[in-house]
Design a protein around this ligand. Structure first.
Ligand SMILES: NC(=O)c1ccc[n+]([C@@H]2O[C@H](COP(=O)([O-])OP(=O)(O)OC[C@H]3O[C@@H](n4cnc5c(N)ncnc54)[C@H](O)[C@@H]3O)[C@@H](O)[C@H]2O)c1
Length: 427
């Protein structure tokens, strides 16, 4: 690995997800030509805000939580990226997620930079009132740097429409105006967009269809295995099943269910809503251990749960033709190399899961004009953007003989650094 000039706030021996991102930047740098003179810009976030988030617990005690908002790059537009509430949130993770947002937004060519936020908290340990106080205090702490034309948060792991409504309301109270455009992923009644909830899973399906056509895999009858059955994995499962694919395996945090003839996805959704997970689904033919999931033979594999799931250990056991990265950062660089050698086509996260931010962009545009589009119109525009982005990346990959991940980084980093260069350095 190239010896990066690391900032003092990082531990060089344990870079976490930020180290994974830096390796991806090393792979794209030789392809950036004269723009590589600006590449150091991508190796450090523009701005990092660390905040203390104190709340009064229901029992009268005071609790403090660690919060972040990282603005990785804003050369092409205001910051954009989700807010994650999770007990394992670290600065390295928020930095990497913010950088992947820079790449993703440039890859689908929406006019945003990259940002991300998070609080190191297990929200399951909080009451609804505590969660609301936490969200409002966090919003007030980061209100210095967010805003409809500065940085626009959205939901991520463990945050939802309700959390976005509290964030919007807190910001509106501070600013003294309604400011619906300060966050996306809002409830429809508050300026949210139709189609936003399904957008990421829909985008995964659209690029999956394009990738399958390139690989000569028929979607009808294709065997699909999915890790994660939440917003992204659950919607993708429904869309593939509706298109005639067989969803043969689903894994979530409770277990792994398998049916070679195809799981009944609608019934599985019902079961998960009632039982809290896929475990014990009566429509399954078999239940497997966690690790055995990766060895199931499929045509399309969709990691749609967490980071760093496909590793040097399990990559050799994977038997599939196409991987669609619904989750952010599910494949380590070592695993990437192993899968390339096995001739598995990987559609990377920064392209495959960009449907969510694309419809977030539509939501923001609709909020500014206070004019709302039909779901049909939204889905048609989303499909067009995802297809165009996939095909542009495909051409770069063919031309430069690189993976789709490196091709996406080439396309995106070129756009970001061109903007950087033409703007010039201030002062
Ligand atoms: N929701 C979006 O719009 C969006 C957009 C882009 C990227 N993503 C990424 O997609 C991923 C999933 O997000 P989501 O919104 O669907 O979250 P979610 O909370 O709705 O669902 C997460 C799913 O992962 C499963 N899971 C959790 N831990 C697991 C484990 N150890 N093993 C197997 N499964 C496990 C959960 O059971 C659940 O089914 C995340 O990486 C997120 O950053 C989400």
């Amino acid at each position: 690995m190239i010896n990066h000039a690391l900032p003092s706030y990082l531990n060089a021996d344990d870079l976490g997800p930020w180290g994974q991102y830096l390796q991806q930047i090393d792979r794209v740098t030789p392809h950036l030509g004269a723009l590589s003179r600006w590449v150091e810009t991508l190796k450090r976030p523009k701005r990092i805000l660390t905040v203390d988030v104190p709340i009064e617990r229901d029992d009268g005690s005071i609790a403090h939580f660690e919060g972040y908002r990282v603005q990785h790059n804003m050369s092409r537009g205001p910051g954009k990226g989700g807010v994650r509430f999770h007990q394992d949130v670290t600065l390295s993770e928020v930095m990497a997620l913010s950088a992947w947002m820079t790449v993703k937004n440039a890859a689908v060519n929406v006019p945003y930079g990259g940002a991300k936020g998070g609080i190191r908290v297990d929200p399951k340990t909080l009451s609804k009132g505590e969660l609301q106080r936490l969200t409002r205090r966090y919003t007030s702490e980061i209100s210095l740097i967010i805003g409809p034309t500065k940085d626009i948060p959205a939901p991520d792991v463990n945050t939802n429409e309700q959390v976005m409504a509290w964030m919007m309301d807190s910001y509106a109270m501070i600013e003294g105006n309604l400011s619906t455009g300060v966050v996306t992923g809002k409830p429809i009644s508050l300026g949210g967009s139709l189609g936003r909830r399904e957008a990421t899973g829909r985008g995964v399906f659209v690029v999956g269809r394009e990738a399958a056509a390139k690989r000569g895999v028929a979607i009808a009858g294709a065997r699909v295995a999915i890790q994660g059955f939440g917003n992204v994995g659950g919607v993708a499962a429904t869309m593939f099943a509706d298109a005639g694919s067989k969803v043969i395996a689903v894994q979530d945090h409770t277990g792994t269910v398998v049916h070679q003839g195809g799981l009944d996805v609608a019934l599985l959704h019902k079961h998960v809503a009632e039982a809290g997970g896929v475990k014990g689904f009566p429509g399954a033919e078999a239940f497997l251990d966690r690790d055995a999931f990766w060895g199931i033979e499929s045509d399309i594999l969709i990691p749609a749960a967490l980071e760093q799931q496909i590793t040097a250990e399990n990559a050799p056991t994977i038997r599939t033709k196409i991987i669609l990265e619904g989750a952010n950062g599910p494949t380590t660089p070592e695993a990437d190399d192993i899968l390339m050698e096995k001739d598995i086509l990987i559609v990377p996260d920064v392209l495959a899961n960009a449907g969510g931010v694309t419809v977030s962009y539509f939501e923001w545009v609709q909020d500014f004009s206070s004019f709302f589009w039909s779901e049909e119109e939204i889905n048609a525009r989303l499909t067009r953007i995802m297809q165009e982005a996939f095909n542009a990346v495909w051409e770069v990959a063919q031309d430069k003989k690189v993976s789709l991940r490196t091709a996406t980084f080439i396309l995106a980093c070129t756009r970001v650094l061109q903007a950087r260069e033409v703007r010039g350095l201030y002062p």
